[in-house]
Design a protein around this ligand. Structure first.
Ligand code: G3P
Ligand code: CA
Length: 317
């Protein structure tokens, strides 16, 4: 254990030199969803107040082509759609956001996420139905962030993820052009824009480049097959960074160097104080290891305050 921390300290010093020249970012995963229901404006505002550098909306489309903040293509796990529109499920019994207009979706109440058994997915989080929340549009998130940037003088960014873009295209609703048009309308253009666009689908990132965007793009990876030199050569043709499942970094820490060698940043997900891997007694120890030993450039976390506090403790805030 002592050797581990000695090695950690040495690597930490190396990292300080690197980090002093680049920003190590805290990304609010689904907003401050450790405290408030995910992807609500309230959760985004709290994430801003807790010190997030970027706020993450997952995005899907409504039937009338509006980007909304929702993790799933269906509304089942986080809203009361089954009570409000009981006849609108597909044959598989699921309620798809793409089958509803924005006006209909705005009638729904957002609740803390439920698991397949109907029970809260995170029991210690916000109580089910204890307050009213609604689904936010991507535009509403942007206006919130830009408004708070105006009042605070900060420059918090956004980190949108296109959810299931190939499925949306099969449904006749490609997402990429809609996203780029919306980002452009709010001033997010060019390689220095305060935005990262992320996707699990490499072809969607390729499509974004084909459409001419120079915005920073991030490829989300999770499989050992994604952790090879050949795979990184492929990601680097279009992406400015990778977003690895943190278990991939744990199993193959060399992915960080593989990314850095290609000029790409590394932003692993998802750090949760209430769901810790067995080897880390606290989220602080987990985050310290990722920042100081694995040398990542940022983290997605449900608990922005924890990540900000750790970075402050390391002298980086
Ligand atoms: O986008 C990074 C991370 O959020 C990926 O996982 O399922 O929470 O979107 P998910
Ligand atoms: Ca995401």
């Amino acid at each position: 254990m002592r050797r581990f921390w000695a090695l950690s300290f040495s690597l930490l010093m190396t990292w300080f030199a690197f980090a002093s020249a680049s920003e190590v970012i805290v990304i609010a995963h689904r907003g401050a969803c450790g405290y408030l229901p995910e992807h609500t404006l309230e959760a985004y505002a709290l994430a801003y107040g807790l010190g997030a550098d970027f706020i993450e909306p997952d995005l899907v489309l409504t039937n009338d082509g509006v980007l909304i903040a929702l993790h799933d293509t269906t509304l089942d796990s986080t809203t009361d759609v089954a009570e409000v529109f009981p006849d609108r499920a597909r044959e598989d019994g699921r309620f798809y956001a793409i089958d509803f207009t924005l006006a209909e979706i705005k009638q729904l109440s957002v609740q803390e996420r439920r698991g397949a058994d109907g029970e809260p997915a995170f029991p210690s989080r916000f109580p089910q139905g204890a307050a009213a929340f609604e689904i936010a549009t991507h535009a509403e998130l942007i206006e919130l962030v830009q408004g708070m940037n105006h009042t605070s003088g900060r420059n918090v960014g956004i980190y949108p993820e296109l959810k299931a873009p190939s499925w949306h295209a099969e449904e006749g609703m490609p997402m990429e052009e809609i996203l780029l048009a919306e980002l452009s309308a709010y001033g997010y253009e060019g390689p220095d824009a305060r935005v990262f666009v992320q996707s699990f689908e490499f072809e969607s990132l390729e499509r974004l480049r084909e459409l001419g965007t120079e915005l920073p793009l991030v490829m989300l990876i999770w499989s050992p097959d994604h952790a090879t030199e050949e795979a990184f050569d492929r990601w680097a043709t279009v992406a400015n960074g990778v977003g690895p499942w943190k278990g991939l970094v744990e199993a193959s820490p060399e992915v960080v160097g593989m990314a850095h060698e290609r000029g790409m940043q590394v932003h692993p997900w998802t750090f949760r104080a209430d769901v810790l891997p067995a080897k880390y007694p606290t989220i602080e120890q987990e985050l310290m290891t990722y920042f100081g030993v694995y040398l990542v450039d940022g983290v997605f976390t449900d608990f922005v305050d924890d990540a900000v506090r750790v970075l402050r403790g390391m002298g980086l805030r």
